[in-house]
Design a protein around this ligand. Structure first.
Ligand SMILES: Nc1ncnc2c1ncn2[C@@H]1O[C@H](COP(=O)(O)OP(=O)(O)OP(=O)(O)O)[C@@H](O)[C@H]1O
Ligand SMILES: [Mg+2]
Length: 281
């Protein structure tokens, strides 16, 4: 392991895991513009390996959420191609799942029904009732909500609600979890708990993650690889393979070095963006 833990690479490091040979998700030359506007991001190529946790980091408004929605198949790109599990991606896949900043639970359904909600929708693979029940309970147990199955959303704290949202995603047994700032509305302690829980459950579920965040510490704590997005239009400007052993933050000096490197790159992006803006005024 390199001392700074932040070896700069443009491709994920080779893995010993044979399942990690290919890509879970692969995008090439992605460009996206909202109707009638300039491109939000341009010519982005990005991959996520099976079981890999990738943090997409960047300043507010640089296009992270837009890129995540395009990669999840929710919005078609203006140009470029995407493959998910070696198939062309043109719509959301039932083998991926999403978690957002708001848990978006249905208030009239209890925890069990919220977690199971949508599992039997037409687009989802057909599963037997017993399998449905087992998956829902396994997911509830995994996020530490055993005993709260009968509670309704009004009786849940913000952290518990986000655990339900995570369980709902896990019950789909996704190959890839898309998460857009899922913990940013939580207090610091609950947030730290959820970050640790996320890593724990996706490791156990063998799920890859693409996590959008603007929190450097969250990225360092959670990710195997950090991808920095910036510029106008948005582009991938730098990547760090995070080789630090887990749990992270045990090696304070290495974390601090990586943090400073990322912060400098982020601030460099901001300066460039400001100069670009000023020069066009
Ligand atoms: N539906 C929309 N129509 C038009 N423009 C949009 C739309 N949604 C976002 N934008 C614009 O696209 C750009 C990128 O927005 P996006 O939400 O992807 O950024 P972000 O990096 O996720 O920001 P934040 O960190 O604040 O969540 C912004 O300039 C935003 O105003
Ligand atoms: Mg966003």
């Amino acid at each position: 392991m390199s001392r700074d833990g932040g070896r700069v690479t443009h491709e994920p490091a080779p893995s010993d895991d044979p399942a990690a040979d290919g890509w879970a998700l692969r995008a090439d030359g992605l460009t996206f513009a909202y109707a009638g506007g300039k491109p939000t991001f341009k010519d982005i190529s990005l991959g996520v390996r099976p079981r890999e946790i990738v943090a997409l980091l960047g300043g507010s408004g640089c296009g992270k959420s837009t890129l995540l929605r395009v990669l999840a198949g929710l919005q078609p790109p203006s140009a470029g191609s995407m493959q998910f599990l070696d198939q062309p991606l043109t719509e959301p896949s039932p083998r991926s799942a999403l978690v957002f900043q708001q848990a978006s639970l249905l208030p009239w359904l209890n925890v069990t029904s919220n977690v199971g909600f949508g599992l039997d929708f037409a687009r989802q693979p057909k599963i037997a009732r017993t399998e449905h029940t087992r998956r829902v309970q396994d997911a509830i147990d995994a996020v530490g909500l055993s005993g709260s199955e009968k509670r309704y959303p009004a009786a849940l704290s913000g952290g518990m609600a986000q655990r339900v949202a995570l369980a709902r995603a896990l019950a789909r047994q996704p190959e890839l979890l898309f998460a857009d700032e899922p913990f940013s509305a939580l207090d610091a302690i609950t947030r730290a708990e959820m970050q640790t829980l996320l890593v724990d459950v996706v490791h156990r579920w063998h799920t890859a993650v693409l996590l959008v965040t603007h929190d450097i510490d969250e990225a360092i704590l959670v990710a195997d690889r950090i991808v920095l997005m910036g510029g106008r239009p948005g582009a991938i400007v730098r990547e760090w393979q995070v080789d630090l052993p887990r749990p992270r933050f045990a090696d304070g000096a290495a974390v601090a070095a990586l943090r400073l490197d990322i912060l400098a790159a982020l601030q460099g992006q901001r300066t460039t963006a400001t100069m670009t803006t000023e020069s066009t005024i």
